[in-house]
Design a protein around this ligand. Sequence first.
Ligand SMILES: [Zn+2]
Length: 291
Amino acid sequence: MDNERGTVRSARAGVTNAPPDRARLPRSRRPVGEPADPGSSSPWILMYHSVAVEEEDPYQLTVSPERFAEQIAWLHKRGRRGVSVRELMRARAHGRDDKLVGLTFDDGYADFARYAVPILQAYGFTATAYVVADLLGQDNGWDTEGPRKKLLTVEEVAELAVAGWEIGSHGLGHRALPGLAADDLAVQTRESRRLLEEVVGGPVTGFCYPYGAVDAPAALAVRDAGYDYACAIAHSPLTGRFALPRCYVGDRDGAWRLRAKKGRHRLRDAVTELRRRRGTRAERAVTERRS
Ligand SMILES: [Zn+2]
């Protein structure tokens, strides 16, 4: 894996405009807010939670199987292939991601295997499931108001991984990371990874922040735990490889709403990049004034 990552890293350095000094920096010393690919927009990644028939859905986490099938068919018709974020980031490193879209499923609901997988398989798509490492086989007790939903079991997670679905970490106990002490951040990121690697029998390289909540210490903890990337939700000053923005998809999202959401993602990318550049210029001005 390390060799493989090394190849990807050098390939990326070869195909982008990254300044040479930065491109040579080992990933562990790179700033966490580094764009997923310097100088370009962030990849398009959709965020799902549960695919099921649900009467009550106060957190709007559920998409019906029929609606989900429509959304996947729409992506397919538009010439896009849905892939795991692991595959998306690898393709991106070689500049081959323009027809791809990342598909992510947070929390590791058992309905992923039951409803989402067969639909995705029908189109040859893949996806990433971010599971809560210490709650496998239990339920979403953290959503106090919502209906109880069963989570994938250890066996199901292991089977999905063998079948090629990416399993990523969603931490331990579904706790938000911002505000946690450094020790707790290390446990959330390292221990969840260790547990999942035992289950899947291979490397776990993706992390997804519970509630999409991320701050600089959380992003650093994820990077230092050895992950290759992490998913957030919103665009922010941390947007980059360790805080990839994602597009929420709900049960109301038909074709035109999905198209609008894609446009909004691009717009937010542009605004984030502009702010980043403006911030860098302001920092430089302050440094020059001081020296
Ligand atoms: Zn979650």
